[in-house]
Design a protein around this ligand. Structure first.
Ligand code: ADP
Length: 256
């Protein structure tokens, strides 16, 4: 609550009353907190790889005698960290684009053909880990009115995660079903799963389950925040079922 009293005075300058403007700013404070937390997180996430890149560049510049093997190891780290920075900036740009452009573009989107585009991008990732990549559509003609780029981004982020968090020789499946006006898209994996206590938080920006395990796998912690934002802007719904070391299933439900 914010109070700014305005005093009413008579001609002799004696206060005879006051006006208090009462405004509920709880929501503003909450939004401001989210914004400043976001900036703090972004700053931290950008600083970490930059510090590492700077450190290794300095070491390389100041030591002529570094052997080739060590030099290459340092260069690899610089490359990995630069890629991490690029991914982070890409994700931040996508998130801010979505926030500023609420679903205003509508196309007739054919789900099968959008999925095929995603399949072409993600196929190699699955193959490299010898993961069975299965997909099943109740029909190849399922269409919905939506922003095609957004649908593609949702599929890409969910499938990319499914492959990322599934060990070698596992299975990733995509099921798309339409019943009357309801379309269900499910992305299922046989991976490491998510602890029940973390499930409510995975859609938060920068939230990553078990920092150590996630850091090794790589990611920005923004993928699911982007998914959630798109799902809300479409008036759709997303749910998660997961069992540790057995697998995870994300289901998107869209009512046309
Ligand atoms: P990240 O870039 O870390 O993958 P996301 O926002 O996409 O960020 O996901 C947030 C966290 O949720 C991940 O760090 C991971 O711990 C967990 N997660 C997401 N998808 C899966 C999945 N299919 N299996 C297991 N854990 C997952």
């Amino acid at each position: 609550i914010k109070m700014d009293p305005v005093y009413l005075k008579n001609e002799k300058n004696v206060v005879i009353g006051s006006i208090i403007n009462i405004e509920d700013i709880t929501e503003n404070v909450r939004l401001e907190k989210i914004r400043s937390d976001f900036v703090a997180n972004v700053t931290h996430e950008i600083k970490t790889p930059l510090t590492s890149i700077n450190g290794f560049v300095e070491t390389l510049k100041n030591n002529d005698s570094i052997d080739v093997e060590t030099r290459n190891r340092f260069l690899d780290i610089i490359e990995i960290e630069s890629n991490r920075l690029r991914r982070l900036i890409d994700d931040i740009l996508v998130l801010s684009f979505i926030e500023n452009n609420e679903n205003e573009k509508y196309d007739n989107v054919n789900l099968y053909s959008v999925f095929k585009e995603v399949y072409d991008i993600t196929y190699n990732l699955a193959e490299n880990k010898n993961i069975d990549y299965i997909y099943e559509f109740s029909s190849k003609d399922i269409e919905l009115k939506a922003n095609k780029d957004y649908i593609k981004q949702v599929l890409l982020n969910l499938i990319d995660n499914a492959i990322k968090y599934t060990p070698e020789n596992g299975e990733v499946s995509v099921f798309v079903n339409q019943k009357k006006d309801e379309i269900k898209i499910s992305v299922k994996d046989t991976g490491m799963g998510i602890p029940q206590s973390d499930i409510p938080r995975i859609f938060e920006r920068f939230y990553r389950v078990d920092k150590a395990r996630s850091k090794k796998i790589g990611g920005t912690g923004l993928g699911l925040a982007i998914v959630k934002h798109i799902i809300i802007s479409m008036g759709a719904d997303i749910s998660v079922k997961s069992a540790l070391n057995r697998g995870t299933e994300f289901t998107v439900t869209i009512n046309q």
